[in-house]
Design a protein around this ligand. Sequence first.
Ligand SMILES: NC(=O)c1ccc[n+]([C@@H]2O[C@H](COP(=O)([O-])OP(=O)(O)OC[C@H]3O[C@@H](n4cnc5c(N)ncnc54)[C@H](OP(=O)(O)O)[C@@H]3O)[C@@H](O)[C@H]2O)c1
Length: 210
Amino acid sequence: MSSQQLVWLITGTSSGFGRRLVQSALSRGDLVIASARCLKSIQDLAECPSHQGRVRLLELDVSSGSKNIKHQVDIAVGFFGRIDVLVNNAGHAIPNILEEGGSECLRKQFEVNVFGVIDMANAAAPHMRAQGSGTIVNIGSRSAWKTEIAVGPDFRRRCRCLRSCGFAISCCQTPAVCELTSPLVFFFPGDRSVLCLQGSYSRADGNARG
Ligand SMILES: NC(=O)c1ccc[n+]([C@@H]2O[C@H](COP(=O)([O-])OP(=O)(O)OC[C@H]3O[C@@H](n4cnc5c(N)ncnc54)[C@H](OP(=O)(O)O)[C@@H]3O)[C@@H](O)[C@H]2O)c1
């Protein structure tokens, strides 16, 4: 491992942005810990001969609670001895509106997209602090600043039926992800950084399936 190679830990790498990001980091020559709920879904990432030795796989459900996540992140640090970049990419958008889904739906989405982000960052931060450097990237959404987003194929039709203003469930959670990204929330002084990337109708394969 050279001093220029970064070690990435990326969540939700079975499809979409996460999978693409794994491939981009590897093509830069970096080292990647690719995580997913189901290892079978990312097995091929480790099997590619040109990646050998530079990818490790980690089974990780970001909604599995702070204790388990801390345990898994500690294991991840052991793979290459450090984590330089944590990408909180795992997420799902439940194709529903608040009037239909209610708090139950919202809770499910928060478990992954908000509490998952907090647990991952809290688990990685002590390692980054000990290293003296590190970056946390949260994948948020443009829904944080523009709320009428169409989620699911029949979303607009159902909104019309309900005569609802049509706030998608995802619109409630995305501002939280952006706010969480504030350096004031994660105490990261010095050369440690916390970034938020805001996706917008991008053609990742899965589009944060619900
Ligand atoms: N594409 C866009 O236009 C867009 C716009 C705004 C925001 N985003 C954000 O970008 C991120 C990636 O989305 P995408 O578009 O690439 O969609 P995607 O292909 O559906 O990717 C979502 C990934 O998250 C994983 N995931 C879901 N729940 C998880 C959990 N509890 N623990 C661990 N992994 C979990 C999924 O894994 P499984 O295979 O196990 O389900 C999948 O690998 C999401 O955070 C999404 O909110 C995307």
